[in-house]
Design a protein around this ligand. Structure first.
Ligand code: OGA
Ligand code: MN
Length: 212
């Protein structure tokens, strides 16, 4: 479980991610990580004891509350003592540096959670960060569902502003990754009919706003 090999990704991919985010504000990637890396991640994450999961909360710091009518997934935060996740954290560090270089940004930190949506759960339409009120600037979601099929639900629906119809629907299939500007896109997780697993992360800036 320890000492997983580093993920071999060329600089071109990071350039491509930055260019696409500059152009569209988001990117959906399908074959970023080799299948062996994904399988290792799934195996290692599935060994996390279920007692480490807690109901996901909404809101910031002191105002956090669990509201199951809005979101009903269970989450477990990752930290750097989880050595099996080192290749994933190395990858996220490379993306952090690439984004900072390309956008002259000061992303300083990356926080990641492993999320489990049980059958019948969802996350209603929301934004991850409100402009000027949050340190979260960039969201990443890596999906970890090996045998996802149409009809299983749990799609990520992405919206522009207050539009009623999503402009993008992402199936949470193993290896699909979405990266988007946290303040820009309302999004939701549609009702999942199967167990649905993902790694969701946020890059943060340090702007004197209390951490959320
Ligand atoms: C979130 C979220 C979307 C997904 O955790 O904030 O919107 O597809 N997740 O898991
Ligand atoms: Mn979200």
């Amino acid at each position: 479980m320890n000492n997983r090999p580093a993920i071999d990704i060329t600089q071109d991919i990071f350039d491509h991610i930055c260019e696409t985010i500059a152009d569209k504000g988001y990117i959906v990637l399908h074959n970023l990580f080799p299948i062996a890396v994904l399988n290792n991640l799934v195996d290692d994450l599935s060994q996390i004891n279920t007692s480490a999961f807690k109901p996901a909360a909404i809101g910031r710091q002191k105002n956090q509350q669990v509201v199951e009518t809005i979101r009903s997934d269970k989450i477990c935060w990752l930290d750097n003592t989880m050595t099996f996740a080192a290749p994933y954290f190395d990858w996220s560090e490379r993306l952090r540096l690439a984004i900072n270089r390309y956008f002259f940004l000061g992303l300083f930190d990356y926080e990641t959670m492993f999320a489990h949506y049980e059958p019948g759960t969802f996350y209603k339409r929301h934004v991850d960060a409100f402009k000027g009120q949050s340190n979260r600037k960039l969201t990443t979601i890596l999906y970890l569902n090996k045998e996802w099929q149409q009809g299983d639900g749990g799609e990520l629906l992405m919206y522009r502003h207050d539009e009623a119809m999503p402009f993008e629907t992402v199936e949470p299939r193993l290896g699909t990754m979405v990266v988007f500007l946290s303040e820009l896109f309302p999004h939701e997780v549609s009702l999942s009919n199967k167990d649905r697993y993902s790694l969701t992360g946020w890059y943060r800036i340090n702007e004197g706003i209390p951490l959320d």
